[in-house]
Design a protein. Structure first.
Length: 252
């Protein structure tokens, strides 16, 4: 049912984890994907090599900085001369202990907000400008269960950044629908990627799974498939919505 032949999608943080899963599904339904990565070129190359030739293009850039974020958009756009869908997936999950050193606390808040929220807003800005000139387009932003439920005491920075992603997405959906620009969010709970390996190491997997009625951490493909569905344009009137992917661990 999902068909994306002729569509070009930019997936930030497409090199591994959820971004790689989304890339696989998107290419599987015919899309061309710009795989953005931060530092790990090898992972991006391995992913591209595993997919049909000519369907992927690699773009690098640290999203903590405005200039490189701008360059990421321009490089991605230059590949096919247009982008139909932007998937803002890249993100960081680092601790900022409120009871620890103030400078370290503030530095982590700053970094987290830059990568998880400001860069998302900047890329949405570029995308909406581009989409307006091309009759519309789609944005899918990766938020989190933490956007609504909150997170641990030392991950308030993360929860706040992801709450911002929801407010940003809804604002774009409301303002830009008249230009046929659609904006969605997905809100995963724990997903089996390198990002949660640190939590598993710290807390143990039993603790994480006990609150998930489905009894396991979600595979990245569940999120990747949901992103591809939203990116396909099959549900325009769902614009502004957030799809939860958390095994019923948090229902709102
Ligand atoms: N895993 C979960 O349980 C979970 C739950 C809810 C929401 N999420 C969200 O889902 C998204 C993907 O998470 P994931 O679990 O797939 O994470 P991951 O496995 O850690 O992958 C993160 C991706 O983001 C890129 N990235 C990180 N910092 C960057 C920066 N400063 N500049 C450019 N790229 C950067 C990485 O690129 P390089 O490897 O090249 O550096 C990588 O491709 C994130 O927004 C995360 O917050 C994840």
């Amino acid at each position: 049912m999902i068909e994306m032949q002729g569509k070009t999608v930019l997936v930030t943080g497409g090199s591994r984890g959820i971004g790689a899963a989304a890339t696989r599904t998107l290419v599987g339904v015919g899309a061309r994907v710009v795989i953005h990565y931060g530092r790990n070129r090898a992972a991006a190359e391995t992913l591209a090599a595993s997919l049909p030739e000519g369907h992927c293009h690699l773009v690098a850039g640290d999203l903590a900085y405005a200039a490189t974020t701008e360059a990421v958009w321009k490089d991605a756009l230059a590949w096919q001369g247009r982008i139909d869908v932007l998937v803002n997936n890249a993100g960081i999950y680092e601790a900022a202990d409120p009871d620890g050193d103030l400078e370290a606390f503030l530095a982590s808040w700053e970094r987290t907000l830059r990568v998880n929220l400001t860069a998302v807003a900047q890329l949405c800005r570029s995308a909406t400008h581009h989409f307006r000139e091309h009759g519309g387009g789609i944005i899918v932003n990766v938020a989190s269960r933490a956007s609504f439920r909150g997170d641990d005491y030392d991950r308030m920075n993360y929860a706040a950044s992801k709450g911002g992603v929801i407010a940003l997405t809804r604002s774009i959906a409301r303002k830009c629908a008249a230009d046929r620009i659609l904006a969605y969010a997905v809100a995963p709970g724990f997903v089996a990627t390198e990002m949660v390996d640190q939590v598993i190491e710290q807390d143990g997997i039993e603790d994480m799974v006990k609150d998930i009625p489905l009894g396991e951490i979600a595979p990245a493909s569940d999120v990747g498939n949901t992103i591809a569905f939203l990116a396909s344009g099959l549900a325009p009137h769902a614009t502004g919505t957030t799809i939860d992917i958390n095994g019923a661990s948090y229902l709102r």
